[in-house]
Design a protein around this ligand. Structure first.
Ligand code: ADP
Ligand code: MG
Length: 590
């Protein structure tokens, strides 16, 4: 099957050719003809990295009426990064189509620039749900002309707590539009959206749902928690060609680990929601241009990132659910390339690993932490490789060669090679010459089986509602609140139930005691706007109904806390931030 046979018009085919796409991917082959007909709702399930953007982007572009300046297509996606990426991809596809206006709108940045862009006209709006709602409420985007509503990474959007927003948005579109939903996995929440907002959709599933790519190798390695940093350094040193993403659970872990590794001279950096938008862009650019070898990221921050040729995804902990794992590991082995997904666990987690194996239907291969000797050898051969493959700029070196030869005259060829090699190699010998073996058996040897949960409560004595002294004044709105909760505590948005957001405090439901305890443990003592976060089971002592007068009065806005002041950007294009520094503004006109 070729792109020509799918019914795409000349301008799009030309763009595809320029991109060097030779053959449509399976999801493209199946989806494009259906979507081009413009007659069906559509559910497309395919793993990450299988070309879903073009699968919906090309048919959407073909059906636009360029001379009609209204919004004809909206594309909803979970994060700012993805929003920008889809916009960029679509602009490339539309290159020969004349003036197609594709405007990205996402949270966490000033809304006025977006309003200006929208005023110039938009055929397609690519949006994160929260920010799209803002625009709808301000009247800067109208949905009544939308003919195609596309949900990309639907499962992720729901994971991040966008369910209400998506419902809101879809219910404001007209009856005769079509909904195209794309997802890597099909949890029941996605099915609900399909049932509620779609009309007898055509369903296409490529491969096994919830599966990970075929060319992805799953590995695990059992180490002692205290050796984690050393172990990571070893893997990086063992794979000189590694270009990877490492996932940590919390922002704090992410930053601390990055700091440690950077201090030891590794080319890594952290990506998480505590960084400003600009910092995040800088980190992502440095990663894309390979100035960073490894990105250390939280789940939320790295969601949906499409960077080519990532060789390794590393997990410093087991993700909470198999879908999360699928999404993380889907950052590698993209577009037919191969990749490694390596889980580094302690012996207590081996049981959890087995159950993950069952759910993704793949076996994890046990690998050992490279020994010092193995690393030295690997580095030596990598050095030889790079000497072999070095490009010599004859003209540039010519001027120095005479002097260089004179300097080295005294050495025999063998002696010279030895010295050349040693320049680099000594570093690794020094680091690893006497390094111990860091491998643990996975049988639980010296594993502390009991998980001591200090300060947490037993199921029997709790309600499943929590109180927190964080409210709309800190996080803007419910989706901001959710993103904040998930980002700081590492729990999944699905574990959070109903949210009752007040000005300076909130109540929220939690799915189970484990999630509740995790939130309590990770949030208590953190700071927001310069004051200490307090979170506890509601109904317990000081359930917070009495007004929390200590939070009022705006003092919190001025002090610079560690975490969440307004100058800092949150995760993935979600807007927890007030759009300006004044207190009244948190409601953004709602
Ligand atoms: P998904 O949304 O399914 O995760 P993307 O649409 O981001 O995947 O595509 C993944 C990568 O594959 C992108 O870099 C894209 O440019 C590339 N790609 C998409 N379609 C093709 C194709 N038909 N041939 C070659 N590469 C493709
Ligand atoms: Mg995609």
């Amino acid at each position: 099957m070729t792109f020509n046979e799918l019914g795409l018009d000349h301008e799009l085919l030309k763009a595809i050719e320029t991109l060097g796409f030779v053959q449509p991917s399976p999801i493209q082959e199946k989806a494009i003809p259906v979507l081009l007909s413009g007659e069906r709702d559509f559910v497309g399930l395919a793993q990450t990295g299988t070309g879903k953007t073009a699968a919906f982007g090309l048919p959407l572009l073909q059906q636009l009426d360029i001379f009609n300046p209204t919004v004809q297509g909206i594309i909803l996606c979970p994060t700012r990064e993805l929003c920008m990426q889809i916009t960029k991809d679509l602009q490339v596809f539309a290159k020969y189509k004349g003036a197609v206006h594709i405007v990205p709108v996402y949270g966490g940045v000033s809304i006025s620039n977006q309003i200006r862009d929208l005023k110039r006209g938009a055929h397609i709006v690519v949006a994160t749900p929260g920010r799209l709602l803002d625009h709808i409420e301000r009247g800067t985007i109208k949905l009544n002309t939308v003919r195609f509503a596309i949900l990309d990474e639907a499962d992720e959007m729901l994971n991040m707590g966008f369910q209400d927003d998506i419902n809101d948005i879809l219910s404001q579109t007209t009856k005769d539009k079509h909904v195209w939903l794309f997802s890597a996995t099909m949890p029941k929440e996605v099915e609900q959206i399909a049932r509620k907002y779609m009309n007898n959709p055509e369903r296409i599933t490529i491969g096994k749902v919830n599966a990970t790519a075929e060319n992805l190798e799953h590995q695990f390695c059992v180490v002692s928690a205290k050796d984690m940093n050393k172990v990571l350094a070893r893997f990086i040193d063992y794979y000189p060609e590694m270009y990877g993403i490492l996932f940590c659970r919390t922002k704090r872990d992410t930053q601390e680990l990055a700091n440690k590794l950077m201090k030891d001279g590794y080319n890594v950096d952290a990506l998480h929601g505590d960084l400003s938008q600009q910092q995040r862009d800088t980190v992502m650019n440095r990663f894309r241009t390979r100035n960073i070898q490894m990105l250390i990221a939280t789940d939320v921050a790295a969601r949906g990132i499409d960077v080519n040729d990532v060789t390794h995804v590393l997990h410093l902990n087991l993700p909470d659910d198999s879908e999360n794992y699928t999404h993380r590991s889907g950052r590698t082995a993209r577009a037919g390339k191969s990749g490694i997904s390596l889980v580094i666990i302690n012996s207590r987690e081996t049981g959890k690993l087995r159950s993950l194996e069952g759910r993704i239907g793949k076996k994890f291969k046990k690998v050992m932490v490279p020994t010092g000797k193995e690393i030295c050898e690997k580095q030596l051969f990598s050095l030889i490789d790079s000497i072999n493959n070095a490009e010599v700029d004859e003209a540039a070196v010519a001027t120095y060669m005479h002097k260089v030869f004179t300097e080295f005259e005294k050495f025999s060829k063998e002696e010279l090679i030895k010295r050349l090699i040693s320049v680099e190699f000594n570093r690794y010998l020094k680091l690893y010459g006497k390094a111990p073996d860091l491998n643990l058996s996975d049988s639980g040897k010296n594993g502390d089986r009991r998980d001591k949960r200090e300060g947490t409560q037993d199921r029997s004595e709790v309600s499943n509602e929590l109180f927190i002294n964080v409210g709309a004044m800190d996080v803007n709105d419910k989706s901001g609140f959710l993103a904040f909760l998930c980002d700081v505590s590492g729990v999944s948005g699905r574990d959070i139930g109903r949210i009752n957001l007040k000005d300076s405090y909130s109540f929220f439901g939690v799915e189970d005691v484990e999630a509740a305890n995790k939130i309590i443990k990770s949030l208590n003592g953190e700071e927001i706007e310069g004051r200490k976060i307090r979170v506890e089971f509601s109904g317990g002592a000081g359930s917070g109904n009495s007004g929390n007068s200590n939070n009022k009065g705006g003092g919190g806005f001025k002090s610079k806390g560690r975490g969440f002041d307004k100058s800092k950007q949150r995760s993935g294009g979600r807007d927890f931030n007030r759009s300006s520094g004044t207190k009244k503004n948190y409601s953004r006109g709602r």
